[in-house]
Ligand binder design. Sequence first.
Ligand code: FAD
Ligand code: SF4
Length: 503
Amino acid sequence: MTTTRNLVVVLGDQLDARSAAFDGFDAARDVVLMMEVRQEAAYVPQHRKRLVFFFAAMRHFRDALCARGWRVDYVALTDAGNGGDFGAVLRAAVARWLPEGVRGLAPGDFRVREALLAAVPGMRFVPDRHFFCDTEEFGRFMAAHRKPILENFYRAMRRRHDVLMDGAAPVGGAWNFDHDNREALGRDAPPMPETRRFSPDAVTREVMAMVRREFPDAPGTLEDFDLPVTAADAAALLRDFVTRLLPHFGRYQDAMKRGQAFLFHSRLSGPLNLHLLDPREVLTAVLANPGGAPLNAVEGYVRQILGWREFVRGIYWHLMPEYATRNALAAGGDMPRFYWTGATDMACLREAIGHTLDHAYAHHIERLMVLGLYAQLLGVRPYAVHEWHMSMFWDAIDWVSLPNTLGMSQHGDGGVMGTKPYVASGKYISRMGDYCRGCRYDPAVAVGERACPFTTLFWEFLARHQGQLSRNARMANMYANLRRKDPGELAAIRRAAETLRGA
Ligand SMILES: Cc1cc2nc3c(=O)[nH]c(=O)nc-3n(C[C@H](O)[C@H](O)[C@H](O)COP(=O)(O)OP(=O)(O)OC[C@H]3O[C@@H](n4cnc5c(N)ncnc54)[C@H](O)[C@@H]3O)c2cc1C
Ligand code: SF4
């Protein structure tokens, strides 16, 4: 019997054949282990498209490795003997192969890392070179800054990786062009682009059938499944983005439009987070700029990839596991039930939840300034918002969802991801899109029959957290406006907010 040297564990978000986990891989002596486990698919309910995306991408990756002649021990969801969670499946594989060592990339989820280590205490985690910034470098950044914010981190990354630099100065004379990136879609807006689609092949169709069978109560729809599930698909999506969409990405980054889930966004987060795509390839393609995009679009996109994506991951690993317990605004509510169905009279939420149910996707401003905003104003527990997000989005992995939801969108971390809560009234939503035009509420009204729930809750949020937030210089204008409110109106707003919470 041949002995096994390394059992190389590859998780569903580590689908890169150039991964450091495979350094020195010897097809004669090493075995890859891939696991479909029910616990991951069910610890929070999972959107059907998210389930298919992960399992189909894993199976295609398995096939690509097998085509190289590598041995892959692939434990499918319905295999007899599948123990149902990572620990059980890993222990069984170790008993099967009796490897000299077990290795893999560090998982993107603290909980999964603990589970793997509990199953095999000697498992070795190889640093993940998918990211530009490793955890040690991020630790040094945190130690060097009294108030570590994205902007400082982003500039350091631009310098270190020599991206959009003109010697020591930023190209174009500024580090950011955000003022050009906040337009709503006006009359001069270009036509909405066609969505690049990928037809499911036989492997994906088999996964779709399995998901229909095994998860009959999962949220979301599986209709029109068209997601990229291979590295080749992901590369095609990237090419399409930089050629057709990037030129308009910056200008309309914050815009919203009825019936349009994607606008000029790239939809690259899913393939990036499963490592079907390397962020370096993304930067190279964006900087090559075949569509002739203006600098505000190119810089805006670079900021997302080299700045936000890396910053978010750094924060996660630097502050976990304590980070997950944070709840700076002491919010104690549950997610409203309509977040699972979209059954609400609020047109903006109906639209954003509809995009989520249809595509397991909503773009950043819908996540932050519609879905997240309402939960925050209502006072939902930040971790509950994260769990809902983990359920519903194709690109949600713990390291990226948690800081974005608990931190950026709910301010649960007390100011790590953003120096102030992202709060606004319905007027912001009205300014950035056309949702309010089809709504029974009026974004300018805070009390009464036509009061917009966002606007009511916005004033009530400010009043409720006055002690904690009114000294924040970036909220000075909001609090100056609150102080101008008539006490009678404020009392009515409080009563209306209570009614909304009870609904
Ligand atoms: C409440 C909330 C939850 C979020 N949860 C996730 C999540 O689970 N997974 C996820 O990948 N992104 C998350 N984001 C960030 C961002 O909204 C998504 O990356 C983006 O909407 C994905 O769509 P896209 O690829 O079309 O993005 P584009 O608008 O085309 O952006 C380009 C890329 O930049 C990266 N990026 C941009 N902003 C961020 C950010 N804040 N954090 C990390 N990467 C970023 C993504 O890789 C994205 O693909 C969340 C944001 C909010 C406000
Ligand atoms: S009026 Fe209020 S609830 Fe209606 S779409 Fe506008 S912001 Fe949303």
